[in-house]
Design a protein around this ligand. Sequence first.
Ligand code: ADP
Length: 492
Amino acid sequence: MDKPLKILFATPEAVPFAKTGGLADVAGALPKYLQPLGCEVVLIMPYYRMVKRSGLPIQYLGEEIEVPLREEALRAEVYQSQLEPNIMVYFIGRDEFFDREYLYSTPKGDYFDNAERFVFFTRAVLRLARHIGFSPDLIHHHEWQTGLIPAYLKSIYENDPFFAHTATVFTIHNIAYQGLFKKEKFPLTGLPSEMYNPEGVEFWERINLMKAGIVYADVINTVSQKYSEEIQSPEYGYGLEGILRKRNADLYGILNGVDYQEWDPAHDSHLIARYDLRDLSGKQECKRDLLKEFGLPAALEKVPLLGMISRLADQKGFDLLAEILDQLFSFDLGFVLLGTGEQKYHDLFQQVAQKYPQKAGIRIAYDDRLAHKIEAGADLFLMPSKYEPCGLNQIYSLKYGTIPVVRATGGLDDTITHYDPSKGTGNGFKFARYDAKEFLNQIKTAIVFYAQPEHWTKLVRNAMNSDFSWHRSAEAYLQLYRRAIEKRKGSI
Ligand code: ADP
C-alpha cells in the first residue's frame, strides 16, 4: 500500500468544537472520510471560548510556540483533542485573541482586530506543523481566515525543506466574506512588500485575505460546481470574479456531503415516529406532531405543509417570500418557519404569525431538535436563495421525503432536479430567475402534484433515494489533492 498522504486541515471552525456555519460541518466530517482512503489528517483551529466551554475532552499540552506578529514574537498555547481515534486536532490558544464571546463578530459588527487574530492564527498553523513534526503533503485551508497560508509558503517558507513538497487546496465556502482590511495592516502579515499589488493580496487599496488564497493556492474549490461557475460573474463574485476567471483552470466545485447518521428519518431520535421508503406512515405522525408543536389546527394534516429552517438573512431570499405571503396564505396550506437572524425578518414573521394564526407557525430561535421535526413533518421545503454555495437543508429534506422548492442557484441547482411528470424523474421544483412570481408559480405547481398521489409518491421516492453521502465528496477531494500535489511538483 502507498504511504498515507499527510493532510493538514487549517480551519477557523470545526464541529463539534466550534460552529457558525456549514464550514464547521465540512471540517468536522471530511477528515473522518479521508482517513479510510489512505490520508493521515491533522486539524488545526483556534482555541476559542466556545471550544473551552464545549465540555469536550481537550488537553493542554503544556507547550507553547512562538508566533511572529509585526516585530514581536507572541506566545501561543497548544491544546489537543481528537475527532476520532487517530485524527488529531490541535488548538492555537491565546486568550487575548480567542477568549471572546463570538468567533468573528458581535451583533454590532466584526471584531476590530480580526486581521491580527487570523494572521496570528495562520502563522501559528505553520509554526505548529513544524513543532509537532508534521510535514504535510498538502494543506487544505478554508475561508479568508486562512487565506494567507499559500502566500507564506510561496515567500517566507519558499526554501524551507520542511514545506518543500507541500501543496495547497483552498476552499471557498462563501465568497461574500473576504477578510478585507486597511492597507496599513499589510506589514502585520510579514509578507514581502512585492505581494502587496493587484496581482497579489491588494484589493482596491486594501488587503483581502480571501484573494490571497485564490491567487496563491495550487488548487481552489467551492462547495458546488454551479457556485464555482457563478462566482466568476460580477453578480456573484463580490469583486473577485476577475481573479477567479484568471484561475479558472484550477477552480473546481465539490458538493458537501451530509451526515446521514445525524439526518435520516429511519433512526432519528428527535422524531415521534421513524420511517423509511418501505413504510412512510411515520411521516404522517411526524406531521401531526409538528402541527401540535406549533399549536396549529390538526385539520392542516390534510393540506400541504410548507417548511423553512434558515438563518434569516438577505441571502436566503426572504424578500421574495415577503412579496407573495398574502397570495400564499390565500391557498389551503400550512406554513412553519424556524430561524434567527436580522431583526427586520424577526418583525416580518412575527406579523405573519399574528395575521395567519390558523395557518402559520413561527419560531424565532436556533433549535436543532425542532429542525429535525420540521424536516420530517413538512411536505414541502422552501429555499428561494439569492445565492447558495452548497446548502444543506434541501439535502436533508430529500432524505426525509420533504420536497424542496428552490431557486436554481449554487448547490441548490446541483442537488435538485426539476420534476418531470411524463418521465417520473426529478426530486423537487426549481425556478431560475430571482423573482417572486416564479417562486410562487413553483409552489403552486408543487401543490398541484401534492394532490395527485401517483405523482407525489414518485417524487418522494426519488427524493429519498438521492444520495449525498460524504463518501462521494471525500473521493472527489482526494482526487483534487492529487491534482494539487502534481501541480506543486510541476508535472501539470
Ligand atoms: P448556511 O450555512 O448558509 O446557514 P446551510 O443550509 O448550508 O446554510 O446550513 C444551515 C445549517 O444550519 C443546517 O444544518 C440547518 O439545519 C441549520 N440551521 C439554520 N438555522 C437554524 C435554526 N434556526 N435552528 C436550527 N438549525 C438551523
